[in-house]
Design a protein around this ligand. Structure first.
Ligand code: TMP
Length: 202
């Protein structure tokens, strides 16, 4: 595998999709091939799964298995083939979302999540993960409409945020935590500065 796999994580309303787009534009301006994608919904099947996930009530276990099904398809059909072509793949969310939302948020055992993930994604791990961190109140206030997960109570979102920060502390070499209450430009500048050494090596 020769490409670079970069993931964005964080709560709703953190500005992930804007930052994914800005990062891809910056990389392309440097002559690099960047492919942007997302979970859930990075494949045609994944878009069907996303619709179910965001509209239907379901058990926490079912929810996790559907996110995993989306991820298994996404990794095999999109992420690995693009990495094998040497591209930089930037995904708006990946496995850490499940650890934060279904693990820390819903209380499913992290061990079980990781066992299922070993089958769903194999040994693939992001090279860098950018966590856009901000208080849930701030993120939720930025949204105009709320889907099923966004409607969860504030404590749920606080557990998700705490979970992300714990995951980041456990893997400081992979995670870059950026204060997402800053302006879009400041957030993007911090991301570019942190990624530059890795990009210059490509
Ligand atoms: P998005 O709006 O950022 O695309 O994410 C859709 C929702 O799915 C969001 O509320 C976070 C949630 N989610 C999980 O709960 N677990 C996961 O594994 C993923 C990928 C997303």
């Amino acid at each position: 595998m020769t490409g670079l796999f970069i993931t964005f994580e964080g709560p709703e309303g953190a500005g992930k999709s804007t930052q994914v787009t800005l990062l891809a534009e910056w990389l392309r301006a440097r002559g690099l091939e960047a492919y942007t994608t997302r979970e859930p919904g990075g494949t045609p099947l994944g878009r069907e799964i996303r619709r179910l996930l965001l509209s239907q009530d379901m058990s926490a276990e079912t929810e996790y298995l559907l996110y995993s099904a989306d991820r298994a398809e996404h990794v095999r059909k999109v992420v690995l083939p693009a990495l094998e072509e040497g591209k930089i793949v930037i995904s708006d969310r990946h496995l850490d979302s499940s650890l934060a939302y279904q693990g820390y948020g819903r209380g499913l055992p992290l061990d079980w999540l990781r066992q299922v993930a070993a089958g769903a994604v194999g040994s693939l791990r992001p090279h860098r993960t950018i966590l856009l961190d901000l208080p849930p109140e701030a993120g939720l206030a930025r949204l105009e409409q709320h889907d099923r997960l966004e409607q969860e109570h504030l404590e749920f979102h606080q557990r998700v945020r705490g979970g992300y920060l714990q995951l980041a502390r456990g893997e400081p070499a992979r995670y870059l935590v950026v204060d997402a209450t800053q302006s879009q430009q400041a957030v993007q500048a911090a991301i570019q500065q942190a990624l530059l050494p890795m990009i210059e090596e490509l």
